[in-house]
Write a protein that binds this ligand. Structure first.
Ligand SMILES: C[S@@+](CC[C@H](N)C(=O)[O-])C[C@H]1O[C@@H](n2cnc3c(N)ncnc32)[C@H](O)[C@@H]1O
Length: 276
């Protein structure tokens, strides 16, 4: 399962190949997520782990719509620079269009597993909800460590989709959907969040920390912003919910919401370490 409005099509591996309405939907999802208080809570933890400071050069790898790059650019100021890197040219164009011209951000296309930066280029690097989509995440972590100067910080943020827990709706429905979605795409890492700490240790980072942020959703509308399984706007063609379950599922969700009984929890991990 992915938080991109697609179940297993690997949409985030090649956003530029998507039809325009699907791209617009996904870009809109990224924008809406950035506004969600639980995602803002995750990002506050990540900001603290990265410790941006004036004059620094920072990298956001897989920057999406660029909200964090803009926040970091304000923190590093005119004497610093933020590189907002993404594999998708369309995403970069969308992010650039949202960015005031006076912010010190450079938008760069690239692949997180083959970064075109010299070693020790950055004072700090971050990557949020990207590694779950990458075929070789350890290659990406090694690259992020390589381009970070000794003493600089590497901060990774990702979801543990296997942590998703729900209450207030029929358990057999939830179990059935979980079974169909988790593990459906062999190239998607459903467990990425909880593996980040280990990957940083194996890449040679020191002083590695990991913080689980349990995101709490007290109603299906709030949950649907972050978890596409709960979002009725995700079209049936995305293949997320089997056709035979779709109507029952969304009716159950709406009813649980009206009764005030819906609850969902999803853990997003923030892991960080210091480059040697
Ligand atoms: C789920 S979005 C997350 C975007 C942003 N970090 C956020 O938290 O809103 C994943 C992003 O990673 C990008 N991406 C996917 N594979 C990539 C790769 N190999 N190298 C760089 N970016 C990649 C996608 O284009 C997309 O913008």
């Amino acid at each position: 399962m992915t938080n991109d409005g697609q179940s297993d099509a690997g949409a985030f591996r090649d956003i530029d190949a998507l039809p325009e309405p699907v791209f617009d939907l996904i870009f809109g999802v990224l924008r809406a997520m950035a506004e969600h208080p639980e995602i803002q809570r995750v990002r506050a933890v990540a900001r603290e782990a990265l410790r941006p400071a004036p004059g620094q050069r920072l990298l956001d790898a897989g920057a999406g719509a660029g909200e964090v790059a803009r926040d970091l650019a304000a923190a590093v100021g005119r004497d610093g620079e933020v590189v907002a890197m993404d594999a998708s040219l369309r995403t970069l164009a969308g992010a650039r269009a949202l960015t005031p011209p006076d912010l010190p951000i450079r938008f760069v296309q690239g692949d997180i597993t083959h970064l075109e930066f010299q070693a020790d280029t950055f004072d700090g690097v971050r990557s949020e909800r990207v590694l779950q989509h990458v075929v070789d995440p350890d290659a990406a972590v090694r690259e992020l460590a390589r381009v970070t100067r000794p003493g600089g910080r590497v901060c990774l943020i990702d979801t543990d989709w296997e942590s998703l827990a729900v209450d207030g709706i029929r358990n057999d429905l939830t179990v059935s959907l979980r079974e169909r979605l988790l593990g459906a795409d062999p190239n998607h890492h459903d467990d990425m969040g909880r593996t980040l700490r280990r990957r940083l240790v194996q890449a040679g980072l020191r002083d590695v920390t990991a913080t689980p942020v349990a995101c709490y959703f007290p109603d299906p509308v709030s949950a649907g912003v972050v978890v596409p399984l709960f979002d009725p706007a995700v079209p049936p063609e995305a293949g997320m919910i089997p056709d035979d379950l779709r109507d029952t599922w969304f009716a159950e969700l709406a009813a649980a919401g009206e009764r005030g009984e819906f609850l969902a929890v999803l853990t997003i991990w923030v892991a960080a370490g210091v480059a040697s």
